[in-house]
Write a protein that binds this ligand. Structure first.
Ligand code: ARG
Length: 271
């Protein structure tokens, strides 16, 4: 099958102030040192990779008091040029939501197209956009109430999915949209009922095993042809190629110490 890439626009925030000083997910160990220059180089490799593939990367100004701001995917959800802001579950990250909203307001998004949410949602950490649906994770971060709010705002059917394993605390650590209504996911991260929903909606999904999920292999970004993913997810390369995708492995090892990888660092701005 021939796969075509479509040009994308991403928002990213350099890990200039990245550090692990608190722990809000099982990946974060404040006693483990972070190599900041290396984190920056790894992040720049990802940014440059997007640009070399013809994608646009916008930059969000990092703030010294917000070490997790590098995970830009959590700051909003943007579909059809409309922005659903975030509301974070933990106070450590709360101020990131406003920083994102300010960016959108300063970059030509009309007030009517920017919604400040009433309920907790961590942006694309828990919302995944497919052609037909908005998949919405819950269980650790985003409130189930945010699902109705997103459905009302975007006018897209929202499919709620229950996450059950704390290592896969955001939907984007357990499921990734490859193209259209094609996804890959790690079933064990979901409740039995949600697994059944996923099987029903995506009977042809690429099923990911524990080894590849455990290196955050699902924290991937696809442009319809190229799939940028953690290079340690070695078991995913062949199955992706067999489907006509071009996997591109990246090392974001320093950012894994905060519990994120490729997708977490990338917020897609969908027009
Ligand atoms: N330390 C951050 C947190 O726990 C990591 C966020 C990762 N981002 C993501 N989209 N999964 O909130």
């Amino acid at each position: 099958m021939r796969r075509d890439a479509t040009p994308r626009r991403y928002l990213m925030c350099p890990p200039v102030h990245f550090e692990v000083t608190y722990s809000i997910n099982p990946w974060m160990d404040p006693t483990k040192p972070v190599d900041l220059p290396l984190a920056l180089t790894q992040w720049e490799d990802l940014r440059d990779r997007y640009r070399s593939l013809g994608h646009t990367v916008e930059i969000l100004e990092p703030r010294p008091d917000l070490p997790d701001m590098v995970y830009a995917a959590n700051g909003a959800t943007v579909v059809d040029g409309r922005v659903l802001g975030a509301r974070f579950a933990f106070p450590e990250r709360a101020a990131e939501a406003e920083a994102h909203l300010d960016w959108f307001r300063a970059h030509g998004y009309a007030e009517a197209d920017v919604h400040e949410p009433s309920h907790i949602n961590e942006g694309e950490g828990d919302f995944a956009v497919t052609e037909s649906w908005l998949l919405a994770g819950r269980g650790f971060r985003s409130s189930p109430l945010s699902h109705d709010e997103a459905q009302e705002f975007f006018g897209r059917p929202v499919i709620g999915l229950d996450l059950v394993d704390p290592r896969y605390y955001h939907l984007d650590t357990a499921l990734s949209v490859l193209d259209g209504d094609e996804v890959m996911y790690y079933p064990e991260a979901f409740s039995p009922g949600s697994r059944a929903v996923l099987r029903r909606l995506f009977p042809d999904a690429l099923i990911v095993n524990q080894q590849d999920a455990a290196v955050l292999g699902l924290n991937a970004v696809s442009d319809g042809r190229h799939v940028m993913l953690p290079q340690a997810a070695t078991g995913l390369f062949e199955p992706l190629r067999a489907r006509g995708f071009e996997p591109i492995g990246l090392d974001l090892g320093e950012l894994l110490k905060g519990g994120g990888s490729v997708k977490c660092c990338t917020l897609e701005l969908r027009e």
